[in-house]
Design a protein around this ligand. Structure first.
Ligand SMILES: Nc1ncnc2c1ncn2[C@@H]1O[C@H](COP(=O)(O)OP(=O)(O)OP(=O)(O)O)[C@@H](O)[C@H]1O
Length: 271
């Protein structure tokens, strides 16, 4: 496994980063991502979550502030260097042509000049993403959930033999059924923990964020609304963020879950 230079925390430092798009302003955002740290970005639709992710992945140029990846300004990295440290799983999964899925997973490794382990890594990454059986299929013949798994395998392959990398994902599991959501969330957690990667994920499920992440970054109207340790105790902040009332319910296994009050009342009515 390749050790990166300057691997001491943080992997990513976001220092007062912002941008203006049309009439909308985003930021300033201020947070950092350490080794093994998992940060969930949550907030209402249109709040600016994907915009923030595009800034920290360098897919979009920031207007102000500083972004440091392993203590080096992110704009100083070449694209090839960047792709060997950080991987991005976007919300949209479409690829224009009917490529074989194996090729799409291999694209995660395209910046490597010498890659003797390519075949083995592609297989292992696909196995972890539960996509091994799809490798010989045409990508355009897959369902939405199958496409999501192939792209997950692609980013696993990209950071497979790196330590202290940065995995950025935008609603990675939304196209999947609940069983697959759970097992692939476990795969993502295992993947980042074993390699001490930092994980930043946009999520819409606040309970998933609370249960599987360390910190929660809340975005509202383009601004950083809160940055709090993941816990059901952040309920008041979540109520303000979404403009809804929540209550705490205990699952059968004893996990505290936050439930919108209205939903609970409606299910009680139906019972
Ligand atoms: N290039 C642009 N020019 C002007 N407005 C933009 C541009 N890109 C995004 N926006 C607007 O910025 C806002 C934030 O968009 P963004 O995709 O970041 O939100 P989001 O929180 O990820 O939303 P969702 O949860 O619905 O995916 C939206 O209102 C969007 O229309």
């Amino acid at each position: 496994m390749r050790e990166l230079a300057n691997t001491s925390p943080p992997i990513l430092a976001v220092d007062n980063v912002g941008v203006s798009l049309g009439n909308a302003t985003f930021g300033p955002f201020q947070f950092s991502v350490s080794r093994k740290e998992r940060i969930a970005i949550i907030g209402p639709s249109g709040a600016g979550k994907s915009t923030l992710l595009s800034l920290i992945s360098r897919e979009r140029l920031k207007g102000e502030g500083q972004l440091f990846l392993h203590q080096q300004a992110i704009e100083d990295y070449s694209l090839a260097e960047l792709s060997q440290i950080r991987a991005v799983l976007p919300q949209q999964h479409d690829v224009a042509f009917g490529f074989e899925c194996k090729l799409i997973v291999q694209l995660g490794r395209v910046s490597k000049r010498f890659d003797p382990q390519l075949g083995k890594i592609v297989q292992s990454a696909a196995k972890l993403a539960q996509a091994e059986h799809l490798l010989n299929r045409r990508f355009d013949s897959l369902s939405g959930g199958e496409k999501a798994r192939i792209h997950l395998a692609r980013v696993f392959a990209q950071l497979w033999d790196v330590e202290g990398g940065l995995l950025l994902v935008d609603e990675p599991l939304s196209a999947l059924d609940p069983g697959l959501q759970l097992s692939l969330m476990a795969s993502i957690q295992q993947f980042v923990a074993e390699r001490e990667h930092g994980l930043v994920a946009i999520l819409h499920d606040m309970n998933q964020a609370i249960q599987h992440f360390d910190q929660i970054l809340m975005i509202q109207s383009g601004q950083q609304f809160g940055y709090l340790p993941a816990s059901p105790l952040i309920r008041p902040a979540l109520e303000t963020l979404y403009g809804i009332q929540l209550e705490t319910a205990l699952s059968e296994s004893g996990t505290s879950l936050l439930v919108p009050k209205e939903t609970r009342h409606m299910s009680e009515l139906a019972a």
